[in-house]
Design a protein around this ligand. Structure first.
Ligand SMILES: [Zn+2]
Length: 266
């Protein structure tokens, strides 16, 4: 892809040819280590963040580096850890929400088994915006669908549609006052059924990539009856975005809703 050409291949200070790229999270320049020479500590090449600007590749941004998930994997995270300002990263995340919110909703339904109705989408957008989820330390442009849900926090499942058969059976078994009309949750008398997310974790894989997960919890009248670990699939989301123009599942009403909450800056 680089055709072994400048600016991806450049001479370093010692006059050696080295390979450069851009970090997909913080947009800082990175040097590819171990592409041609075998490394002692790993079989896999990896990207090492450069702490200076690299000509025609990228300018170094110290603040972006500090918050980069790929530069700081394995750190412990909690929802209250927020960056001070939106910055380039926050803008990038918001622009993904604005342009691909229907794909985010689609992935949400896939990983939770809960259909994101228009009503639920609006409630989640509202909470995400008020909690300033795009400022969360663990948010990056690769994990938007998952961290959107994570930072949108808990919501009632009353009147929602459960598209996953196993989850529907589990709810029937654990929640006495709930029944289903087709796939839709109905209740006989007032009950409290909610979903929420916890334990977002970022770790380095043996291949020097970033691996992320979180837990989905379901609560009935204040008691958790279901818990599931969700592994983030960055590539799946990336592919959905890349091919979204010829994708028949695009839903304009959902992206329009997201644009109401996050209007484009002029
Ligand atoms: Zn980075």
């Amino acid at each position: 892809m680089t055709r072994k050409a400048d600016p991806f291949y450049q001479h370093n200070d010692k006059g050696e040819i080295v390979q450069y790229a851009v970090c997909p999270d913080c947009n800082n320049p990175i040097q590819i280590i171990g592409l041609y020479t075998k490394l002692k500590n790993t079989d896999h090449p990896y990207g090492k963040h450069c702490t200076r600007s690299i000509r025609d590749i990228a300018d170094y941004n110290a603040q972006a580096f500090e918050y980069c998930s790929l530069a700081n994997p394995n750190r412990s995270l909690n929802k209250d850890m927020k960056r001070k300002s939106k910055g380039e990263k926050g803008e990038q995340i918001i622009s993904i929400i604005r342009n691909y919110f229907d794909q985010i909703a689609f992935i949400f339904s896939k990983f939770t088994g809960i259909y994101m109705s228009r009503g639920l989408a609006v409630r989640m957008l509202k909470k995400y915006k008020s909690s300033e989820g795009y400022l969360y330390f663990g948010a990056n442009s690769m994990n938007v669908p998952w961290i959107f849900a994570y930072m949108a926090n808990n919501h009632s499942l009353f009147g929602q549609k459960i598209v996953d058969d196993t989850l529907r059976e589990l709810i029937k078994k654990n929640c006495q006052n709930i029944y289903f009309e087709g796939e839709w949750i109905r209740t006989k008398k007032y009950t409290d059924i909610e979903f929420w997310f916890t334990k977002h974790r970022q770790t380095m894989t043996p291949e020097n990539g970033l691996s992320e997960s979180m837990e989905l919890k379901l609560t009935y009248n204040g008691k958790t009856f279901f818990s599931k670990k969700i592994d983030f699939d960055h590539d799946y989301f990336q592919n959905l975005m890349n091919y979204s123009d010829d994708c028949r599942t695009r839903k304009k009403e959902l992206t329009d809703k997201a644009k109401e909450f996050f209007p484009a800056a002029d």
